[in-house]
Structures are given as C-alpha cells and as structure tokens.
Design a protein. Structure first.
Length: 96
C-alpha cells in the first residue's frame, strides 16, 4: 500500500499575506481584511526598507498589475466563500 501526504489550505485558513524581501528576509505581514491595492502597489514600488534592494517590479507594467490584482482577488474570494457549501482548497508543498 502506498500513502501520499497531501497538504491543503482552505481559504478561510489564510489570515494574512506577508511581503518579504528575498535578499534579507525583512517582512511585513498584512491581515487579509486590511489588504488594499494601493498598499500592495506601494510595497512593490518601494525598495526594501531594510536593505534597499529593489523589488524588480516596474510600476504600470502587466507584472505589477498582476501582483496588485492578485492581492485584491485574494481578499475578495475569501470574502465570497464565507458561508458557502463549497470549498476552494489550495494544494501546497508539504514540509518534511
Ligand atoms: Zn531587504
């Protein structure tokens, strides 16, 4: 018999998003209910406040819009899923 370990996250389990500098790991955590597009956009435009490394995003590009839109969509979909008889689960890599 073979078993496969699955790690699933329910959207209602997501409490916050964390914006983290990939270089120095300095991070800020934003609760889901406080997510807003202006703040998300400001975070990727600014350089890391700790090590001053650029995020690599260029304002006004499709990539920067995709990042901001994802933040908005995440907040919205978590809200619309409340109280439903339907769940959206994210299948994530399990830690060892
Ligand atoms: Zn940094």
């Amino acid at each position: 018999m073979t078993f496969e370990k699955k790690c699933l996250i329910e959207l209602s389990d997501i409490l916050a998003v964390q914006y983290q500098c990939a270089k120095c790991r300095a991070a800020v955590s934003i609760p889901i209910d406080k997510l807003n597009p202006e703040y998300a956009a400001a975070r990727i435009i600014r350089e890391c406040p700790h090590c001053q490394t650029s995020s690599g995003f260029v304002p006004g590009t499709n990539e920067s819009r995709a990042f901001v839109d994802f933040n908005v969509a995440l907040k919205n979909v978590i809200g619309v899923m409340e109280g439903r008889n339907f769940k959206l689960l994210l299948d994530i890599k399990c830690s060892e």
